[in-house]
Design a protein around this ligand. Structure first.
Ligand SMILES: [Zn+2]
Ligand SMILES: [Zn+2]
Length: 353
């Protein structure tokens, strides 16, 4: 198979999504770079829960209509720059975020660039090359410090979402914080919260991931499949009162509701995990009102958080390599995604073209 995949001048190897669980490795044209754009040779692309969702359902409502390239967490080397690009030149090591805001719309003007009405998304990281659109080149394409490797750098996008989530939740040193869900996002929260001096209670349904949470500093690891999980959390939270903050990083009806049972009076819940569209949940209004519970949610990132994420990886404050549990060749992407769907215990896999 591999002999067939030699790069010719106009073509590159890329993973193309054709539909539900149908990804094919093909030779497709290398994107042409126009004014303001940059072509990046991908050195590492990371698998992500969003990509898994896209793979399972065969499309993404906002950004991926098959047949289409996909994948959005990447780092690499600048191959070519379009007319007018001055900050980048071929050979530079870079990381690119998957989107950039317009800076002009209603939300951008209100410092909510993550909700920009004209977000430009970029997909196609599972390929030898990816073209970076002008707005991303201008705002969210960053040069890598020498000591940051490509795999670690590719984590900036999800980490930026997590950093923003923590910031928006308003957590103080010494707070007891429950994190529900020990997938890559939940584990990133554990690491960030511990670095801020929070007391962290990690909830997960797999022993391997609870162990990982503990190795990242979680003070307690609790099996979320226990029937009395809420009581177990309360036992170690402010003398049965409940946690100061609960961060939900699963995205299910059950765990959104569970979060409400774990928080103390006056506490905050961050419903970080997105549920399938159309999900509705009943909430105990008396509890929310008389216990004065703040319910928040967060989506996406801003250019500032992308920079902070890279800085945090660069300084070694955030250990990105703990989240990357393997490395595979691009030609094996289909197998890797199937494996991840079967929840084999892997977190993120670095896909190398
Ligand atoms: Zn992602
Ligand atoms: Zn905007």
């Amino acid at each position: 198979m591999r002999e067939l995949m030699k790069v010719s001048r106009e073509k590159m190897t890329a993973a193309v999504l054709y539909g539900k669980r149908d990804v094919r490795i093909e030779q497709i044209p290398i994107p042409r770079v126009e004014a303001g754009e940059v072509l990046v040779r991908v050195k590492a692309a990371l698998t992500c829960g969003t990509d898994l969702k896209v793979y399972r359902q065969g499309f993404h409502a906002r950004m991926i209509v098959p047949p289409s390239v996909f994948g959005h967490e990447l780092a690499g080397v600048v191959e070519e720059v379009g007319e007018g690009v001055e900050s980048f030149s071929p050979g530079m090591r870079v990381v690119s975020a998957n989107s950039a805001p317009c800076n002009k719309c209603f939300y951008c003007e209100r410092h909510q660039a993550n909700l920009c009405e004209n977000l430009v998304f970029n997909n196609g990281a599972y390929a030898e090359f990816i073209k970076i659109p002008e707005p991303i080149v201008q705002q969210n394409l960053l040069i890598l410090p020498d000591n940051v490797d490509f795999r670690d750098a590719a984590l900036v996008e999800p980490l930026a979402c997590v950093l923003r989530g923590v910031e928006q939740t308003g957590i103080e040193e010494g707070d007891t914080v429950v994190v529900i869900g020990m997938g890559p996002i939940g584990l990133m929260f554990v690491q960030v919260l511990k670095s801020m001096g929070a007391r962290v209670i990690a909830l997960g349904n797999r022993t391997t991931q609870l162990k990982m949470a503990e190795s990242m500093g979680a003070d307690y690891g609790i099996d979320s499949t226990h029937s009395n999980v809420i009581e177990q959390v309360r036992k170690v939270s402010n003398g049965m009162r409940g946690a100061d903050v609960v961060i939900e990083a699963v995205g299910s009806k059950e765990t959104w509701q569970q979060a409400l049972g774990m928080v103390r009076r006056g506490g905050t819940i961050n419903l970080f995990g997105g549920c399938p569209s159309g999900t509705h949940i009943p909430l105990d209004s008396t509890l929310i009102h008389y216990s004065e519970i703040t319910i928040k949610a967060n989506f996406h990132h801003t250019p500032r958080h992308i920079r902070e994420a890279l800085e945090s990886i660069h300084r070694g404050k955030f250990k990105a390599h703990h989240l990357i549990t393997g490395e595979e060749h691009l030609s094996d992407l289909g197998t890797v995604l199937e494996r991840l769907l079967n929840r084999n215990g892997d977190l993120k896999i670095a896909i190398i073209p």
